[in-house]
Write a protein that binds this ligand. Structure first.
Ligand SMILES: Nc1ncnc2c1ncn2[C@@H]1O[C@H](COP(=O)(O)OP(=O)(O)O)[C@@H](O)[C@H]1O
Ligand SMILES: [Mg+2]
Length: 274
């Protein structure tokens, strides 16, 4: 197939596969999300007061420009007591509820988008697996849908934010280095888990060591649909953990069990960015 034809085929296939997840009926959305709504509590009442303010919503929901970042931070702090941690990813916290973070979505008007709120169901799926398998040295934060005051109940990114259990993550290079240098048995456990979860978004911005330097946290649980393939997971894993460790994990038995290509093939594909 010529390159042009291949590209055309991909372009025609892509929207279908991406839109498939958007076409849930209201009943299916209800079933997926309704059990995970933040219930009445002190934090919810405080957030209701904050998110009722137009000035806060405008500051958070519009694209935040780097040039006006200082001003946006001040607006959020002055009007909502909110601290903006990550302006690109729109993560905020409130000092009175320091055990929580709010991960704000980007879509305001598209009722078919639930990329941000998908984090809530995925985190439940990932947490349940850890409980079932009795794995205690990997954690995934609990997450809840926070219903925005004045919005209708339809489950989409415009009507809800995601409130997450804040974990005491080890920031910066130390965590990355510890992940890179993971001992073989822990690396094998983590890769097995990530393959079981079809977790492709592997990076040191989504996976951290906690401050205890023992526990590994997977904080980003946005659902991805384009890559639920164990080979992709194994390849991405080599960008986090020393490839030599991955080479030792990917013996014949492991590759056969998880339907993986050999280490050499995956490593070459990674280098060729395939
Ligand atoms: N539960 C959490 N505890 C501590 N920090 C978190 C948590 N969730 C997210 N973060 C921080 O916020 C950043 C962005 O959150 P993430 O869930 O990865 O969103 P995105 O999909 O935008 O990358 C993370 O890289 C991490 O630094
Ligand atoms: Mg992330």
């Amino acid at each position: 197939m010529t390159k042009k034809l291949l590209l055309l085929t991909l372009i025609t296939l892509l929207p279908k596969s991406l839109s498939a997840r958007k076409e849930l009926t209201p009943e299916q959305l209800q079933e997926k999300f309704a059990a995970h709504i933040m219930q009445d509590c002190e934090a919810k009442s405080a957030f209701d007061a904050i998110f009722s303010k137009q000035v806060v919503c405008d500051a958070l929901f519009n694209h935040i420009e780097y040039e006006t970042l200082k001003q946006t931070k001040q607006t959020l702090l002055k009007n909502g007591g909110l601290v903006l941690h990550d302006y690109c990813r729109k993560v905020v916290s409130h000092p009175e509820f320091s055990e929580l973070l709010i991960k704000c979505g980007r879509e305001r008007n598209d009722r078919a988008k639930w990329d941000n709120i998908s984090r809530v169901c995925e985190s439940q799926k990932m947490r349940n697996y850890l409980i079932d398998e009795n794995i205690t040295d990997i954690v995934v934060p609990d997450k809840w849908l926070y219903h925005l005051p004045g919005h209708d109940d339809h489950f989409c990114d415009g009507n809800y934010e995601v409130v997450v259990e804040r974990l005491d993550i080890l920031k910066g290079k130390e965590s990355s280095k510890m992940l890179h240098d993971l001992p073989l048995d822990r690396a094998r456990e983590l890769l097995t888990y990530l393959i079981a979860m079809s977790y492709p978004d592997i990076s040191d911005h989504n996976i951290y060591f906690l401050q205890d330097r023992e526990t590994i946290a997977i904080v980003d649980t946005e659902e991805w649909h384009w890559a639920n393939n164990p080979n992709w997971v194994a390849k991405r894993f080599m960008t986090l953990v020393n490839p030599e460790t991955v080479r030792a994990i990917l013996d014949d038995e492991f590759c056969e069990l998880h339907k993986l290509k050999t280490f050499e093939v995956l490593y070459q594909e990674l280098k060729a960015k395939k």
